[in-house]
Design a protein around this ligand. Sequence first.
Ligand SMILES: NC(=O)C1=CN([C@@H]2O[C@H](COP(=O)(O)OP(=O)(O)OC[C@H]3O[C@@H](n4cnc5c(N)ncnc54)[C@H](OP(=O)(O)O)[C@@H]3O)[C@@H](O)[C@H]2O)C=CC1
Ligand SMILES: CC(=O)N[C@@H](CCC(=O)OP(=O)(O)O)C(=O)O
Length: 315
Amino acid sequence: MTFRVFVDGQEGTTGLRIFDYLQTRDDIEVLRIASDRRKERDERARLINQADVVFLCLPDEASREAASLVDNPDTCLIDASTAFRTDPDWTYGLPEMTPGQRERIRESKRIANVGCHASAFIMLVRPLIDAGLLPPDYPFSAFSLTGYSGGGKKMIAEFEAATDGSLDAPRPYALTLVHKHLPEMRIHGGLERSPVFTPIVGHFLKGLSVNIPLQRSHLPEGTTVESITRAWQAHYDDASFVNVMAAQDSEALDNGFFDVTACNGTNRVDLCVFGNDERLALVSRMDNLGKGAAGAAVQNMNIHLGLEETTGLSR
Ligand SMILES: NC(=O)C1=CN([C@@H]2O[C@H](COP(=O)(O)OP(=O)(O)OC[C@H]3O[C@@H](n4cnc5c(N)ncnc54)[C@H](OP(=O)(O)O)[C@@H]3O)[C@@H](O)[C@H]2O)C=CC1
Ligand SMILES: CC(=O)N[C@@H](CCC(=O)OP(=O)(O)O)C(=O)O
């Protein structure tokens, strides 16, 4: 059986990457829009309503408009933007989040794909909160190191044009401390209040790592490196794309350094906890264009269509 798929925003960073994943598949027919008509409402509506699955790889406002154009009840939308991630009528596209989430994605016609920083954060904390190892009212903070492709076409062009070295050093941003991923981090992470979250963009194309520092004195007695690792291993036991690493493993560190690009080109997420009796750090890494965006979107499509979840994706 062949499924018809349309990528609205096919010439953007996420859309192009999704297109790469799909073009080699013989179970998917990609509906293309003529480049010079790609922002025409009527032409987009025509293709949206012909498709089994539509990926919206657009700014929030254009995603909302696209969602309003659907009149085919069988069309499933997978939206890459921030527009619907905490909307109760949409299903959050993180299949590994909780038992039952995969099934909800399978049944839903409205799937909100994850934010890159948010999914890297939620995959660290949610299973630990659910297991009672982290209190939901813990005063969480986190930073994230990300490649510049996370900022889409505009940021990629800025970084690639800056040949004078002006963008060579890492650049913290969102310093108003109201990054757009906070609502999904809080709601889907299971937190009582939003974390203090600071992303930092570096002079590399892709790769992302979230780091959550924890004070052991503010945690339940049994929360240790070992119990956290065990809880992740139990929770992600059947998750094809999650790799729980032991801190002492050579794969976690490269001569004492953590490589934030080690998952690039894959749909894998690595999770690790570092620390001692006094302090812990929960650390994840992924390709922001892979498990953080386009790879996650294709994984959600596979699940929704009842296909093998890993089809076309690498680990
Ligand atoms: N980059 C990343 O790592 C991630 C991005 N996302 C989200 O995915 C979405 C897409 O991001 P990204 O690919 O980075 O963005 P880009 O800016 O690279 O691409 C967006 C695309 O949408 C097109 N577009 C804009 N308005 C319209 C419209 N009204 N109708 C049709 N097409 C339109 C743009 O056209 P034009 O070609 O003319 O510019 C562009 O091709 C965003 O909501 C972003 O927040 C999510 C996770 C990660
Ligand atoms: C480097 C950079 O700017 N990254 C983007 C995140 C991209 C992403 O995952 O998120 P959305 O889908 O929510 O856009 C940012 O921090 O806003």
